[in-house]
Design a protein around this ligand. Structure first.
Ligand SMILES: Cc1cc2nc3c(=O)[nH]c(=O)nc-3n(C[C@H](O)[C@H](O)[C@H](O)COP(=O)(O)OP(=O)(O)OC[C@H]3O[C@@H](n4cnc5c(N)ncnc54)[C@H](O)[C@@H]3O)c2cc1C
Length: 314
């Protein structure tokens, strides 16, 4: 599912962005092997990408890396021309706008607090509004799609579903990603090589800011990312040193997010998305473990889920 929906979703996202004026750049990506030990892994990645239908993959040598990215040194790199960058916020706003125009009624600031099967329907208990003046409401739904991301396990549990039934591990683990944002000139030359060598990623966003991300910080059972975990993770200090060494400035912004993981990050191999009708409550569809590339895959996932919804409503 991950491979198929990522490749399809990549194409559909470009089409959607072009059609609905969402800022994006189709810039491609380099996956860099910092030394000869990593070249073998790069070849395996190339092979897997080709098997999954990723188009235009190409291995290049150190000289070509230098030509394309003067600040990056590497033994070899995989060119991924289909990769792009998008304003994620404007993309989801556009999805909401299009859904609204097609008759979807969106209720925001509304927490699903209970799901109760009732004959052919599911009674959805909602708490709407801010805590002091929240109101409780119930919706009788012929079909429920649980796309609650990080909390998909908790929402599934409202129907009495233990995710262990679908996956190899009993709960969803959340790992914190951290990112460093600075303007391009101040950051890239000092920090780039360090990120590449420590197998971290550099990203450029649609307005040209550079971020560097780390991904290894596992937080079990946390509901929200607090400020301290990012400060604690050591990565922040590295970024600040790199930026300070370069222009004496501190990073402009920090942001971070929690990702749902079905297995710990040290797990080797691929863990697929879980998208399934509930075996006990067939009016419910669960989307579980929708980690990266969940945003890219989203329009293809939506087409797949729409078919499942059609079956539920038939
Ligand atoms: C730092 C970071 C970087 C990423 N980078 C990329 C990337 O480059 N490319 C990519 O493709 N993907 C990326 N991802 C992954 C991508 O963001 C996710 O795969 C995607 O957002 C999953 O979408 P979703 O709709 O399943 O869940 P979410 O986007 O998490 O949405 C779930 C929604 O459900 C709501 N919700 C939860 N519980 C309840 C409840 N009880 N009642 C009501 N609402 C509820 C939440 O508030 C949220 O709005 C990244 C993720 C992170 C954290």
């Amino acid at each position: 599912m991950k491979a198929r929906f990522c490749v399809e979703g990549n194409r559909l996202t470009y089409d959607f962005c072009a059609k609905h004026n969402v800022p994006f750049r189709h810039c491609g990506k380099l996956v860099v092997a910092a030394d000869s030990r990593e070249v073998e892994e790069l070849a395996a990645l190339n092979k897997r990408g080709e098997e999954n239908g990723v188009e235009g993959l190409r291995l290049i040598d150190a000289a070509e890396i230098r030509k394309r990215e003067p600040h990056i040194r590497g033994t070899a790199a995989l060119v991924v021309p289909s990769t792009g960058i998008v304003s994620a916020e404007e993309l989801v706003h556009a999805y909401a706008r299009v859904a609204g125009n097609q008759g979807a009624n969106m209720v925001t600031r509304a927490e699903v607090v209970s799901l109760t099967p009732s004959g052919q329907t599911v009674r959805v208990g909602l708490r709407i509004g801010d805590e002091e003046d929240a109101q409780d409401e119930t919706i009788e739904a012929r079909c429920v799609i649980n796309a609650a991301g990080l909390y998909a396990d908790e929402v599934a549990a409202m129907l009495g579903i233990a995710l262990g039934r679908f996956i190899r591990c009993a709960g969803v683990l959340r790992s914190a990603g951290a990112a460093f944002v600075a303007d391009q000139q101040s950051c890239v030359s000092a920090a780039a090589q360090r990120w590449v060598e420590s197998r971290r990623a550099l990203y450029e966003d649609v307005v040209g800011d550079i971020s560097a991300g780390a991904d290894g910080d596992v937080r079990r059972g946390e509901r929200q990312l607090r400020e301290e975990p990012v400060a604690d993770c050591g990565f922040r200090a590295q970024c600040e040193n790199a930026a300070a060494g370069n222009r004496g400035e501190r990073p402009a912004t920090w942001y971070s997010g929690l990702r749902p993981k079905l297995v710990p990050p040290e797990h080797k191999g691929i863990v697929d998305f879980v998208i399934t009708r509930d075996p006990e409550v067939p009016q419910a569809i669960h989307l579980v473990g929708m980690e990266s590339p969940g945003l890219t895959a989203a329009p293809a996932v939506a087409e797949y889920v729409a078919k499942l919804v059609k079956d539920v409503l038939a």
